[in-house]
Design a protein around this ligand. Structure first.
Ligand code: ZN
Ligand code: ZN
Ligand code: ZN
Length: 767
């Protein structure tokens, strides 16, 4: 006889791990128990020693596919003569172990789908079907350990039949916390949004939504981590109505389709894109849009890419099969605000946008928007890391000396809580422009801290003094009495995020091409060549500064960036006037020219994002940006997946060198004079930036010997630039890293801030 006490850490709750352990114990005729606790799963097992040995060996190797085991600790103990093996009540008490990682929500599995569409099954057509292998997890959790009583499913006591499945070790719903059936589970309901009148319940509510979508109406749907707004993606009027009511004139919408076959009819999907689309996370996948597809152009105006996703819940499967056409499926929110998660807010916020509300009586505990991924340089990379990924932890290269909270940037905000060797990033919060968004930031912090079970003693934030997140950090630090605040430079954080996910040790080169981030000299940086080493960085070089007429307003008006760059090229007044696009008012143009003649008060910027804006404007592709990145997207699309020989670009001398963009603008102007095709100019511009990356990295290598390069910053969501820069650097012997677990845009900043703060702590302790 032998007895072992086994503590398992990692993503081991809500993944069918206890049932799995139960089966494993039964197979070896072992006794004892398994239970969830705050740290993960605890097993007390005894039996014949060879069988206990075998049990321990198989514990990790045959675990459920959704589980990730990060650590197993085994202790020997005196045998206790247990009589059977049971699943014991969870221990919710405080533990000195690192908190358990909850799994993200998992898309409906094939077994459940089979039942959903089988008229003989008792869960036929049940929108809330799930099992140990699939269903909501993160979004229904209120606290850990993960048990039904601590989820929003607690409001739905199991009926007799569900209970017997839950209790039966041979059933695939054995100890599945999220299960339900039509008799005991949540119920669908539909309501008129304008009047608030209830229309119908259950299947009739679903039918009302199907009829509404089929007739071209816009509906709001309560999904797992928030509300969606949906309409027929093949109906120009429906999409137009959604756009005008949501005050979203151009920013692309994502589309949900019933299956992968339909997705392939809309987009060209590579193997990697196909895999991402069908993965359990079910993200929105950005892929090249086929010409003449059923989806109307206004879904993504002027775009060459379409965001597609497959159904992630039974409700979505039921809707998509019934309407049998692609549906626009976009976040239920106003502007850049966080996605709405409760019925009252949906009624208030979405009543002018949607006709019908399809809701249910289960509340959403954790806000979690759709994730968005794109294949860049051959790998799937997140542009927004939310549903299906959060709250999976990112493993850090070293253990933190103290828990750190990082509050992220101002746009595309996420927060990060790091402790031990793990960093927990929140789902996408949104742009911190409104009080609603700042409220959501606070919830994201409180929710993450509660799940991870720590009190941070250090708070990291951006250098920018008036970012919503920085202001919040000051206030929160005061309220909570956090001992230390660590400001982190924006682009340093971009590089650090990538450094931490790849666990790179030692100094390296960071190339950050970005929209805007405050630099240590007060200028707006965004074309940066850094040498980064943990908590320290050196700025080696950058794109030469140009004045930004109107500051932040310039980001929305690419023609202003064009004017700023033109002012630095030798042109006659007449030539210059020729560059005013017809849709730019003469008066505004002249005001900007006057500003540029005396630029003392205009902020200076090295932003590559604004350089993209300038070139897009010169090519007549975009004068007014209706959403962030529109001009850059148009320029990438214009290049048509080609990179041509670049314009001349040189870098200066000295310890801090600059690359003058004037030579690039000059090249573009000459080509325009020569009537070279816009697509070729766009391709040559991409070639120029690739050359600049190589030139800058070679200079730093010859000065410092560094050979590892991180490419990050929002500009690198541009697959054409990222892939060509990576290839060119690799050909010259550099090791190139592009973020793949967190976004290279500002959605990844919080991880970088946490990492820099962790390094700062460590260095202080070492000193
Ligand atoms: Zn399932
Ligand atoms: Zn039931
Ligand atoms: Zn940034």
């Amino acid at each position: 006889m032998e007895r072992r006490l086994i503590a398992v850490e990692g993503v081991v709750q809500g993944v069918g791990f206890r049932p799995y352990v139960h089966r494993l114990a039964a197979a070896g005729a072992l006794c004892g128990f398994v239970r969830n606790d705050v740290g993960g799963v605890f097993i007390d097992v005894e039996g014949e020693s060879a069988r206990v040995e075998e049990f321990c060996r198989r514990l990790s190797s045959a675990a459920p596919s959704v589980a990730t085991i990060s650590r197993v600790r085994v202790q020997h103990a005196e045998p206790k003569s247990y009589r059977d093996f049971s699943i014991a009540v969870s221990d919710a008490g405080p533990q000195d172990r690192v908190g358990a990682s909850l799994p993200p929500d998992v898309a409906t599995c094939d077994d459940c789908l089979g039942e959903l569409f089988n008229p003989m099954n008792r869960r036929y057509g049940h929108a809330f079907i799930s099992c140990t292998a699939c269903g909501p997890r993160f979004t229904i959790t209120r606290s850990t350990p993960y048990d039904r009583e601590r989820t929003t499913m607690a409001a739905f006591p199991l009926c007799g039949r569900c209970q017997s499945e839950y209790d039966d070790p041979r059933d695939r719903r054995f100890h599945a916390e999220s299960i339900a059936c039509p008799a005991c589970g949540p119920t669908l309901a539909s309501r008129e949004l304008r009047t608030g009148d209830s229309r119908s319940h259950g299947r009739a509510a679903l039918d009302a939504a199907i009829a509404s979508l089929s007739s071209g109406e816009v509906i709001a749907i309560k999904a797992l981590g928030g509300f969606h707004l949906a309409c027929d993606a093949t109906n120009e009027d429906a999409v137009g109505r959604l756009r005008s009511r949501k005050h979203r004139p151009a920013k692309p919408f994502a589309v949900m389709v019933r299956d992968a076959e339909t997705a392939m009819a809309l987009c060209y999907l590579s193997a990697a894109e196909h895999t991402a689309l069908a993965s359990r996370a079910r993200p929105v996948v950005l892929a090249p849009w086929r010409e003449n597809s059923r989806v109307v152009p206004s879904v993504a105006p002027g775009g060459h890419m379409l965001g597609v996703m497959l159904p992630s819940t039974a409700l979505h499967h039921l809707l998509l099969r019934a309407v049998d056409r692609p549906l626009v499926m976009t976040s239920g929110n106003r502007g850049g605000d966080p996605v709405v998660i409760d019925d009252a807010a949906a009624s208030a916020e979405l009543r002018d946008i949607a006709e019908l509300l399809l809701t249910n009586d289960r509340s959403i505990s954790m806000r979690c928007d759709d994730s968005v991924v794109r294949v860049v340089a051959g790998e799937v990379r997140p542009l927004r890391r939310s549903r299906g990924y959060v709250p999976l932890a990112i493993e850090l290269p070293f253990a933190l000396a103290a828990p750190v909270l990082a509050v992220g940037g101002h746009l595309k905000n996420t927060i990060c809580v790091a402790q031990g060797r793990r960093a927990h990033l929140s789902a996408h919060v949104g742009d911190l422009e409104s009080a609603t968004a700042r409220g959501a930031l606070r919830s994201a912090i409180e929710d993450t801290l509660r799940l991870v079970g720590v009190r941070p003693t250090v708070i990291a934030h951006d250098l920018h003094p008036v970012y919503g997140s920085t202001l919040f950090a000051e206030q929160y630090g005061r309220e909570e009495g956090l001992v230390q605040r660590v400001p982190v430079q924006h682009h340093h954080a971009h590089v650090a995020a990538c450094v931490s996910e790849f666990a790179v040790r030692g100094p390296l080169i960071g190339v950050v091409f970005d929209g805007a981030g405050l630099g240590t000299d007060g200028a707006i940086w965004g074309g940066e060549f850094l040498a980064v080493d943990g908590a320290r960085f050196t700025r080696c070089g950058h794109l030469a500064y140009v004045p930004l007429p109107g500051g932040d307003a310039a980001a929305r008006l690419p023609w202003r960036s064009a004017a700023a760059h033109l002012a630095r090229v030798n042109l006659t007044d007449q030539q210059l006037a020729g560059f005013r696009a017809p849709d730019v008012p003469q008066r505004e143009w002249l005001i900007v020219q006057q500003l540029l003649a005396r630029p003392a008060h205009a902020p200076l910027t090295s932003s590559v994002g604004r350089l993209f804006d300038a070139v897009a404007s010169l090519l007549g592709l975009c004068q007014v940006s209706r959403f962030e990145g529109e001009a850059a997207m148009a320029l990438e699309a214009a290049a048509g997946n080609r990179v041509e020989e670049g314009y001349p670009v040189t870098i200066g001398d000295g310890a801090l060198w600059t690359a003058d963009p004037a030579t690039i603008i000059d090249g573009v102007i000459r080509d325009l004079d020569r009537r070279r095709a816009r697509s070729e100019i766009a391709a040559a511009f991409h070639g120029t930036l690739r050359d600049l990356v190589v030139l800058g990295c070679e200079r730093i290598r010859s000065d410092t010997g560094l050979e590892t390069v991180v490419l990050s910053g929002g500009v690198f969501v541009n697959a054409l630039l990222a892939a060509s820069a990576q290839e060119a650097l690799a050909a010259r012997g550099f090791r190139v890293l592009l973020p793949r677990q967190v976004p290279c845009n500002d959605g990844g900043l919080s991880l970088g801030q946490a990492y820099v703060a962790a390094c700062a702590l460590r260095e202080e302790l070492c000193a």
